[in-house]
Design a protein around this ligand. Structure first.
Ligand code: BG6
Length: 535
């Protein structure tokens, strides 16, 4: 991970810097899929932000590789157009952007042909000889089917060999496989060519500032860890709610669905961060080993503990939207899920008996990604005359996006002569303490890869363990197609069955909302929460 800074509210500085923050060594970045959306929307803007932050080496070159026939000039113009749409023209830092475009070279090529790689080797040799740049980072911003073949071709052409102190690394995008066996096959294929420490498997959730903060919160503070276990935690809710639909990706999404798209990768990364044991250091393998162990401890998920849903038409953020089955390239009778809710058990000393409820869905009422740790209720003997259900539990909510921050809810006495209890919250918002940093979420990932820090990347065993946890459910859902789709309206909180999943355990989901901290006052009990207590 990159530099971590803690300070008091804007201005007053008590900075604590991690020993990292190194300047990367000179390198050539080769982007396969240079004309694709990912390169335009995320990779190029992230590089631009890194230039602004002076985090790229002076000797840096970019080679874009793609099928379409265009010149370097046309390629860099297409990236410039995208930067202009993302950043108001008046705010574009022209010198930073031209620093980058001056270093770009476009190569039209077919990723599957051997001559592409011979040609690439010539370009890399030029960088080596003329600019003294010998390190190479290959970025596979391409469809999943190309990952294996490109790595094999790189291997045949000798482009992955590390010699004379120069490194060769490969970034592999998501999705890493579409089930356990394809993930294993892909690992086996690329590990024939590369060693594990050359492979950087991306899960872009790990690039989010607030996700990285989970480890700092847990392990750089003394107050949370003693409570972080089955003795004190009642349950944990992890929510990744989106308002968007499939955004024109119907063809891809039909094959994937919400479970594969979000659970073994993004949600499990959050789960691992929140549930893992403390690592012995922040060394990449120490952290990844603990995360993998946590994922290994997930009970196999049975269909009784899983709910799937698909959105019908509805109203999202005041806009009427169509149902999933009406989206382009989606079958009119599609059985693909756009929502999933799971109850997970974790088989380890720390979490035995503590349910982890996960949910994610498209076209929900608000966009929010958060983790809520709900603590056990206080012993209530002191408040003997208050029905216990009305005594609120403490909830620690980590808001990962969009309103990044953290809040703790607790009970307080209402001012007055009577003892009345109310639910209140202490709230920390990133924007109150830190200057906003321009980010698309890929800056840290690219930077870490350039300095050789794999902490935020998935290891082969982590990916496989995650797929293993959901494979039984994938198989059982495939055998038993849904009969009730669509089962939630766009703009709602998801299918009613997801509420029943928690109601069965006497619990309820926290409301899906982008801009609030959860106090213990749930809307369903708000009227009665300030219960009068007779001392
Ligand atoms: C992607 C999924 O990996 O993550 C998308 O394929 C999803 O379906 C996206 O919308 C969510 O990421 P973020 O950063 O917008 O929360």
């Amino acid at each position: 991970m990159a530099t971590v800074t803690a300070s008091s509210p804007k201005g007053a500085e008590t900075a604590l810097k991690s020993p990292r923050g190194r300047q990367p060594q000179s390198a050539t970045l080769v982007i396969f899929g240079a004309g694709g959306d990912l390169t335009k929307r995320l990779v190029a803007p992230a590089l631009y932000h890194l230039v602004q932050a002076r985090k790229l080496p002076d000797r840096f070159a970019i080679i874009g590789v793609d099928y379409s026939d265009q010149t370097t000039e046309q390629w860099s113009q297409s990236l410039t157009k995208m930067i202009q749409t993302l950043t108001p023209a008046s705010r574009i830092d022209v010198s930073a952007w031209s620093w980058l475009t001056d270093r770009m070279h476009y190569m039209r090529a077919d990723f599957t042909q051997a001559e592409t790689f011979t040609h690439l080797e010539k370009l890399l040799a030029t960088q080596r000889e003329q600019n003294n740049i010998a390190n190479v980072l290959f970025y596979l911003a391409v469809g999943e089917r190309f990952f294996g073949p490109i790595v094999e071709q790189l291997g045949h052409a000798g482009l992955t060999e590390q010699s004379g102190g120069a490194w060769r690394r490969v970034i592999v995008e998501k999705p890493f496989g579409h089930d356990l066996s394809s993930a294993k096959a892909l690992n086996a294929q690329i590990l024939k060519v590369l060693s594990e420490d050359q492979i950087y498997r991306i899960d872009h959730f790990l690039g989010k500032e607030t996700v990285q903060n989970i480890l700092v919160l847990r392990f750089a503070n003394g107050i949370f860890e003693p409570l972080w276990n089955r003795d004190h935690v009642d349950h944990v809710q992890i929510t990744a709610a989106e308002t968007v639909g499939v955004e024109g990706r119907g063809r891809f999404y039909e094959q994937i669905g919400a479970l594969r798209d979000m659970v073994p990768n993004h949600l499990f990364q959050l789960l691992a961060m929140i549930g893992m044991e403390p690592p012995i250091s922040f060394d990449a393998d120490a952290v990844r080993t603990k995360k993998t162990e946590l994922l290994q401890a997930i009970h196999l998920i049975s269909p009784e503990n899983a709910i799937r849903g698909q959105y019908g038409s509805g109203v999202v953020l005041d806009q009427k939207v169509q149902g999933y089955r009406q989206e382009p390239n989606v079958a009119p009778d599609s059985g693909t899920e756009t929502y999933v809710a799971l109850k997970l058990g974790i088989d380890c000393w720390r979490w035995a008996g503590v349910p982890f409820y996960l949910r994610t869905g498209k076209r929900l009422s608000a966009r929010t990604t958060e983790i809520a740790v709900q603590f056990r209720q206080a012993p209530y003997a002191l408040f003997r005359d208050t029905p216990v259900a009305r005594l609120p539990a403490n909830i620690l909510t980590l808001r990962l996006q969009p309103d990044e921050g953290l809040s703790v809810s607790f009970s307080a006495k209402r001012p007055g002569t009577e003892i009345e209890i109310d639910g209140v919250a202490m709230d920390f918002s990133y924007r109150d303490y830190f200057e906003p940093v321009a980010t698309v979420g890929y800056e840290t990932l690219i930077y870490d890869c350039l300095i050789g820090d794999a902490t935020l990347f998935q290891r082969a065993d982590t990916v496989e363990v995650a797929w293993r946890a959901v494979q039984g459910l994938i198989d059982s859902w495939a055998r038993d197609p849904p009969t009730d789709f669509p089962n939630y309206a766009a703009g709602s909180a998801g299918p009613a069955a997801a509420d029943r999943l928690l109601a069965r355990d006497g619990r309820a989901w926290l409301p899906i909302s982008a801009h609030h901290s959860h106090t213990a006052i749930r809307p369903d009990i708000a009227g009665s929460i300030a219960a009068k207590v007779t001392p």
